[in-house]
Design a binder for this molecule. Sequence first.
Ligand SMILES: [Zn+2]
Length: 131
Amino acid sequence: MQRQSPMTGSCACGTIRFAVTAPPLGTAASHCTQCRRMSGVVWSSGCVKAPDRTTHGPVKWLALSQTTKRGICPDCGAFLFWKAHDEDTISFAPGAIDGPTGLHLDKHVFTASKGDHYLIAEACRSAHRPC
Ligand SMILES: [Zn+2]
């Protein structure tokens, strides 16, 4: 079931509110070291064209690498957004969406750097297949 757009969401304290006005182009769970450290385990995301995401509130952008940046709430620290400098898309945290998302995880990425304290079900390992 695909949820109708727009979807709205917020950080934990409500300082940052956002809306996604188009269906996501895809979803993924990132196991890269930076996403693991920012989220505590895995950071899952939905990806939309940048103009299809609107934000209210002072997002703090962290440039943890030379090619990407992560958007967090400056008050509660919620990790809400991820953006590659050379792409016209932006990823948002489905976990911050108000209510059900209707989304399904498409793929896992950067699994070679996943934490050793959890397993990824085999059915979910292949990219582009809902799990
Ligand atoms: Zn907050």
